[in-house]
Write a protein that binds this ligand. Structure first.
Ligand SMILES: O=P(O)(O)OC[C@H]1O[C@H](O)[C@H](O)[C@@H](O)[C@@H]1O
Length: 571
């Protein structure tokens, strides 16, 4: 099937082969328990940016590894590619588009503090701020409860944000992360924000539970405004509004976020009054800082909170493009270790482990950012990947400590899963229990510090014997260790820090993609399933209209039998 199989693989970069050799000849012979004895190495493998402390001493690596990875970055022209992205070059070659999500959070004067070769196009900055100003104005009108009211004259206190994929995951991630931030929570008092993503009617029921059309504003978020799930959910909620308040209520109760003005108008929303635009140079999964996130989240948390979020993301952008020493650049380091673990050590997964309940939607969001971006089979020029491991990994995760009671067993004694630990010095909502030796947050964080060492250092048979463990149990209780992780320590999860974290993860994905030489910004792999679903939809419609007929012979025997069973009336 491989259409590109006829194309020869392009030459491997020199440092690539050097890294392969280094992994085989040096690193595979070393154990993290030894490496962690080296205080000098530990100090060198720690870097601080603002209040963020990244410790990567638990990567299976020596200083030479990092030197070689930085050489690879140079050979792959990482810096030039990052600057080209900021400059708005059309680096998404298969769609002939620029990739400028960094413009979404750039202040008007951003270019004053960006390197000249990374200046963001001025027109993009102007466009961004035109839309941000409109969102600011609109969100204050609605939140103020006077200038933008519902059809019956009541303030719109509740918002349902309809969208899927990139038009949903990022906004929900941010919503959850700030729910217990003091300033955000204060601003959201008396308001509710719900997300409706799945086309499953159960999701509609859940999203609307307890809401009333009179006080609800529906935001339809879709870059293309053609996504089947979103369009059906939008029609469903339109019916809910119109059924209760009449056709004319749509203008007060529904707004859209999209790049497709015609489709928004055709749906019945006036683009002049009720549409917030963005641009084809914002990929869905990189769109949370555009109107996609800013409209629902400003309605809920207020524009001021969201401005801090944008400022945090921008500060990370400036660090990413401005810090030329790769050893001090957080996204570069994150990306290099990602490449190292996936490609040179051959680990096909990674775990995202925030020790923060507020980051419960980090993993689902980053799954899309990373796996839709880097889950590719060919390089930019259409040739096969350099090696089967030179592509994105499976991301998954769960907040600690919950994950510890679930899949950590596999991480400790089963497969090796490189992990990203994220922790905070302070809780959003501190608590203490009189008589308990530590605060609740210290209890949580005890695990954040313990788990990386359990993974890295492990526990030997000798140690177990010394503890008197019966011989028959020793093999079961041994921890081989040598399992890599990084630890990121931040101060407190507020809007600014959250923006920085988002940008850090977005940029990691870009760094990895730039080094692997693939296109992180298209997603052709999602198309085939959509086309097939369309055919099934037609078939279901026809069979429901003319029951009794056999399912079309165009489907294979397996699908035919499944469809037949689905359509069976008497089951
Ligand atoms: O925003 P929309 O156009 O509705 O797209 C929603 C999502 O669906 C597509 O299938 C893509 O896989 C995603 O990248 C996108 O975010």
């Amino acid at each position: 099937m491989s259409s590109s199989a006829s194309l020869p693989r392009s030459h491997l970069p020199e440092s690539w082969t050097a890294l392969q050799r280094h992994a085989d000849e040096t690193i595979r012979r070393l154990h993290l328990s030894q490496l962690l004895q080296d205080a000098e190495r530990c100090a060198a493998f720690r870097v601080q940016y603002r209040d963020l402390l990244l410790d990567y001493s638990r990567q299976r690596a020596t200083p030479e590894t990092l030197t070689l990875l930085l050489q690879l970055a140079e050979e792959m022209r990482l810096e030039q590619k990052v600057h080209a992205m900021f400059r708005g070059e059309r680096i998404n070659v298969t769609e002939d588009r620029s990739v400028m999500h960094v413009a979404l959070r750039a202040p008007r004067d951003a270019n004053d503090h960006l390197p000249p070769t990374a200046h963001i196009p001025v027109e993009a900055l102007q466009e961004v701020h035109r839309v941000l100003d409109a969102i600011h104005h609109f969100s204050e009108q609605v939140r103020g409860g006077r200038d933008w009211l519902g059809a019956t004259g009541q303030p719109l206190t509740d918002v349902v944000s309809i969208g899927i994929g990139g038009s949903y995951l990022g906004p929900e991630f941010v919503y959850e992360a700030l729910r217990n931030d003091a300033q955000a929570a204060q601003a959201a008092r008396g308001r509710r924000l719900r997300f409706l993503a799945n086309v499953d009617p159960v999701d509609v029921t859940r999203a609307l539970d307890g809401l009333r059309p009179e006080t609800t504003l529906v935001v339809v978020v879709s870059k293309t405004f053609t996504t089947a799930e979103t369009m059906l959910n939008a029609r469903t909620l339109k019916q809910w509004i119109v059924g209760a308040l009449g056709e004319r209520a749509v203008a007060q109760h529904m707004v859209a976020v999209s790049t497709n003005t015609e489709a928004v108008a055709a749906f019945g929303i006036d683009p002049q009054r009720g549409m917030f635009g963005f641009w084809d140079w914002v990929g869905g999964r990189y769109s949370v800082c555009s109107a996609v996130g800013l409209v629902p989240l400003s309605l809920h948390y207020g524009f001021a909170v969201m401005q801090q979020f944008l400022a945090g993301a921008h500060a990370m952008d400036v660090h990413f493009v401005g810090e030329r020493d790769g050893r001090r650049n957080l996204p570069v380091l994150y990306g290099l270790w990602g490449v190292w673990n996936a490609t040179f050590l051959g680990y096909p997964t990674r775990a995202l482990l925030p020790y923060s309940q507020a980051l419960l939607k980090l993993a689902p969001h980053i799954q899309q950012v990373d796996m839709e971006s880097n889950g590719k089979r060919v390089r930019l020029d259409g040739r096969d990947l350099w090696t089967a491991d030179a592509t994105g990994v499976v991301n998954f995760g769960e907040p600690g400590t919950n994950g510890q009671h679930s899949f950590y067993q596999l991480m400790h004694q089963g497969r090796v899963v490189p992990a990203d630990f994220i922790g905070f010095r302070r809780s959003q909502t501190p608590r203490t229990v009189p008589g308990y030796p530590v605060s609740n947050h210290d209890e949580l964080m005890s695990n954040f510090f313990a788990q990386p060492d359990a993974l890295a250092v492990g526990k030997s048979a000798e140690q177990l014997r010394a503890e008197g463990v019966p011989e028959s149990l020793i093999p079961h209780k041994v921890f081989a260790g040598n399992r890599p992780s990084s630890s990121l320590l931040c101060t407190v999860l507020d809007a600014f820090t959250l923006g920085g974290l988002l940008a850090l993860f977005e940029h990691r994905t870009c760094v990895e993609g730039f080094i692997w030489g693939l296109n992180s910004f298209d997603q052709w792999g999602v198309e085939l399933g959509k086309v097939l679903a369309k055919r099934v939809r037609q078939e279901l419609q026809q069979r429901r209209d003319k029951s009794g007929d056999a399912v079309s012979a165009a489907f294979n025997a397996s699908t035919r039998a499944l469809l037949q069973s689905y359509l069976e009336k008497d089951v």
